[in-house]
Design a protein around this ligand. Structure first.
Ligand SMILES: Nc1nc(O)c(N)c(N[C@@H]2O[C@H](COP(=O)(O)O)[C@@H](O)[C@H]2O)n1
Length: 150
């Protein structure tokens, strides 16, 4: 049977896979404290709002700012959010080799963001969620496996 790796809290096993884990990334010529900061900031086209989110002191605060609907969400967000997440997560694993090694160590395990707080990026707690973050992680793992086999 395929093993399953469930992650969520950054304090627990495989917490490094969470976007809240403290692994800065360089993207769009800027340094982002976490992939969560980058993802949340891309919801907005206003450079000032993006900058406020980039400067947030914690990923939780960045997420709160990104979820604040007083700010106007970019019109195409629903159609671009998965590719934005993929870009952020790929940057994180390419820019931190220790993370790439950890991801590769999971071999062919199914990776699941396990939380009842999120039915899109996570599994909704009962497996009914889409687990999009887990899927992105597994896609990036496949790319890294292929590259490192060459
Ligand atoms: N720590 C945490 N708390 C929540 O309430 C969550 N929903 C998640 N999931 C992560 O949230 C990010 C997406 O946020 P949006 O709801 O799209 O603004 C993404 O990083 C999920 O992995 N995490």
């Amino acid at each position: 049977m395929t093993p399953v790796i469930r992650f969520y809290s950054i304090q627990d096993a495989y917490g490094e896979f969470s976007n809240f884990a403290p692994y800065p990334i360089l993207l769009d010529k800027k340094r982002w404290p976490t992939s969560e900061h980058y993802f949340q900031a891309q919801k907005f086209l206003d450079a000032n709002v993006q900058e406020r989110i980039r400067s947030a002191s914690t990923p939780l605060l960045a997420a709160r700012l990104g979820r604040d609907r007083k700010q106007r969400l970019r019109a195409d967000w629903e159609s671009v959010k998965v590719s934005v997440m993929r870009r952020a997560v790929e940057a994180k694993f390419r820019q931190h080799d220790d993370l790439a090694v950890l991801l590769l160590s999971t071999a062919d395990a199914r990776i699941v963001e396990h939380t009842d707080a999120d039915a899109f990026w996570g599994d909704a707690g009962d497996g009914s969620g889409r687990n999009m973050l887990g899927r992105i992680l597994m896609d990036i793992r496949t790319i890294l496996q292929t590259e490192r086999r060459k």
